[in-house]
Design a protein around this ligand. Structure first.
Ligand code: SAH
Length: 386
């Protein structure tokens, strides 16, 4: 069996349940890229199993702790991920949810989302590419999905030394799958949409907007296919405007409006929001700011922070008094404290008083593994800008 031998003092976080072994923690390894190997402490103790990759900063991801990884551990981990969704009653108000969330569900590098029983799966690492067939066969056995489609096009795969892989794996995924969330129908394009097809991680925040939108107007910046807009209209908003740079996303938003009979109350604007925020006032009652991850690596934190500050500062500056703003960040490298500091800086520069009336994250189908808190990534702050 190949080995990953750790440097002295670097076993602590592994023993404590963290899944990541950084390259600086590895003294030596004879494992091939993608291979599952024994993790050995500097004093020679066996700690568990991890898959290895010499090319990436995260050199190994732990698959089992205190015991050798086996197929039955994989089965147990998948079953317990499914059980957690059942315990949380995730499917009470939606048929679109994350089934397996990578490190959080003890299958590092693997994501599976379920859209009305059509699975959209994603492998982010070489190690998972080699386990994929087994994982999918378990998912098919356990869940009897209608279809499984692979969308492994995450940018990080390049660093892993593996190419993007997209395609049908099981059954037949239709070009459009209709899901229902909080009573609203959304057509999902699993094959060509962004991420796995829908930003299911904002589900509870869409519900929040639904609950406060009655009789109000809503501007949805970085709308993608308009999720927040339709939640607002379903909650009684007079009007919601979806703004995005992607014509494809807005075309799906138009379709969604028709599907729900919301077309009178919904508009789209195709624009670069960095231009729009300098050329428009914001009189809508509620403004949602949900940009893509501006920080994709540790080295890009400063630049990304400036991006978040720029958008928020300009919205605060140009919004009418006493507007509600829901501002979000999905960058894993920015925690809630830092995000709040960015919003503080934006309010200060805009010379506006702002009051935090809620702070939110992702829902129960994106659990945070207590031993691997890096799985927490979404921050949403609800403000009144005076
Ligand atoms: N709020 C959405 C998810 C937003 S994802 C939801 O709940 O579904 C981020 C979106 O920002 C993507 O749709 C992307 O096309 C868009 N985007 C990225 N850069 C942009 C820019 N400069 N101007 C406008 N939209 C942009």
């Amino acid at each position: 069996m190949s080995k990953i031998i750790l440097n002295k003092g670097r076993e602590k976080s592994v023993i404590a349940g963290n899944k990541w072994i950084f390259s600086g923690a590895v003294k030596e390894s004879d494992a091939n890229d993608g291979e599952i190997a024994d993790v050995i402490s500097s004093s020679g103790d066996f700690l568990g199993s991890a898959y290895y990759n010499s090319k990436t900063q995260i050199a190994a991801r732990v698959m089992s702790l205190g015991e050798k990884f086996t197929d039955s551990i994989l089965l147990k981990n998948i079953k317990s991920a499914i059980l957690r969704r059942k315990i949380a009653r995730i499917d009470e108000d939606t048929d679109a949810f994350r089934l397996i969330f990578s490190e959080a569900d003890n299958i590092p590098g693997f994501i599976a989302d379920s859209f009305a029983s059509h699975l959209s799966i994603q492998s982010m690492t070489f190690g998972v590419d080699l386990l994929k067939e087994k994982i999918i066969s378990i998912l098919v056995d356990e869940l009897k999905p209608k279809s499984v489609y692979e969308k492994s096009d995450h940018a990080g795969r390049k660093l892993e030394g593996v190419n993007a892989q997209n395609g049908q794996i099981y059954g037949e995924t239709p070009d459009e799958v209709e899901i229902t969330e909080h009573g609203i129908k959304y057509p999902i394009d699993i094959k060509t949409g962004q991420k796995t097809g829908f930003f299911i991680d904002q589900r509870e925040n869409r519900k929040l907007i639904k609950n406060i939108s009655s009789g109000r107007t809503v501007l949805n910046l970085f709308s993608y296919t308009g999720g927040f807009s339709f939640a607002a209209i379903a909650g009684g908003a007079h009007k919601a405007i979806s703004v995005d740079i992607s014509a494809d996303a807005l075309a799906i938003a138009d379709k969604t409006a028709v599907l729900n009979g919301f077309e009178e109350k919904h508009d789209t604007i195709k624009a670069d929001i960095f231009d729009l925020i300098r050329s428009r006032d914001f009189n809508e009652d509620i403004i949602i700011i949900d940009p893509p991850a501006f920080v994709k690596s540790k080295g890009a934190i400063d630049k990304g922070c400036r991006g978040y500050k720029d958008v928020n500062m300009n919205v605060f500056k140009r919004c009418a008094p006493n507007r509600i703003v829901l501002t979000c960040s999905c960058s894993r490298f920015i925690n809630m404290d830092l995000f709040q500091k960015i919003i503080f800086g934006a309010a200060l520069d805009a010379k506006r008083n702002a009051y935090i009336i809620g702070k939110y994250s992702h829902p129960a189908d994106h659990p945070v593994n207590i031993y691997h808190p890096e799985t927490e990534y979404l921050k949403a702050i609800l403000l009144i800008v005076e």
